[in-house]
Design a protein around this ligand. Structure first.
Ligand code: SF4
Ligand code: SF4
Ligand code: FES
Length: 230
């Protein structure tokens, strides 16, 4: 199978280029297996990976034009040649490795942790099963950045628009019965850029490897704002 892999070493290369690798993939099931094999034949290739089972989010990349995780992408589902590029819109450190600082900066800006003004109980803060179920579909994010780096609004304003991953987390804590900072959270999101740059294009939903729906979460935040302001 032919792979065309984005290569760029800023210390050596004037500009990025695609390098061809032809390998026998008959013993490999997942794209990451093939990539690890390619790296064993050319150790100058840089990529991130860790868990190899869709949990750590580190091997996100652009696979034949669509963001995804190499470790859960089946080779049999790929069209040839397989073109692999780094996640779009983030600075490339080298080859398939991008700088994630801007992504995490936006993620941290929504204060993705429980905020409660009541004293901490002896054991845990409890929830009814019904309240707990409101977090389903919101807490499972693995921070792979596939969504935010497929979002045109994030490409154009990565410093101002929170992006789908951060907004999903914002809604996760707005939906948590134990968190009582809803009003502050909404104040911090009510901004033409931070929230309202989302134009519901839904690229984010299309690429999320965990099947999450940031667009719906963003709609939920907008609804909370409408209710509060009406
Ligand atoms: S729905 Fe919103 S957040 Fe998702 S890709 Fe489109 S503009 Fe970005
Ligand atoms: S919402 Fe999905 S695509 Fe976005 S960072 Fe989380 S797991 Fe990745
Ligand atoms: S290697 Fe961890 S998600 Fe793919």
């Amino acid at each position: 199978m032919r792979f065309k892999i984005y290569r760029y070493d800023p210390d050596k290369d004037k500009k990025p280029y695609l390098k061809d690798y032809d390998i026998d993939v008959s013993n490999f099931r997942m794209l990451l297996d093939a990539l690890i094999h390619i790296k064993s034949t050319d150790d100058s290739l840089s990529l991130r990976r860790s868990c190899r089972e869709g949990v750590c989010g580190s091997d996100a990349m652009n696979i034949n034009g669509k963001n995804g995780l190499a470790c859960i992408t089946k080779i049999e589902d790929l069209k040839e040649p397989v073109v692999l590029r780094p996640l779009p819109g983030l600075p490339v450190i080298r080859d398939l490795v991008v700088a994630m600082s801007q992504f995490f900066k936006q993620f941290h800006s929504v204060k993705p942790y429980l905020n409660s003004s009541t004293p901490a109980p002896d054991r845990e803060r409890i929830q009814t099963p019904e309240d707990r179920s409101k977090l389903d579909g919101l807490y499972e994010c693995i921070l792979c950045a596939c969504c935010s780096t497929s979002c045109p609004s994030f490409w154009w304003n990565p410093d101002k628009f929170v992006g789908p991953a951060g907004l999903l987390q914002a809604y996760r804590f707005l939906s948590d019965s134990r968190d009582d900072s809803t009003s502050n959270r909404l104040d911090e999101l009510e901004d033409p850029f931070r929230l309202f740059r989302c134009h519901s294009i839904m690229n984010c939903v299309d690429v999320c490897p965990k099947g999450l729906n940031p667009t719906k979460a963003i709609g939920g935040i907008k609804e909370l704002l409408l209710k509060r302001n009406s």
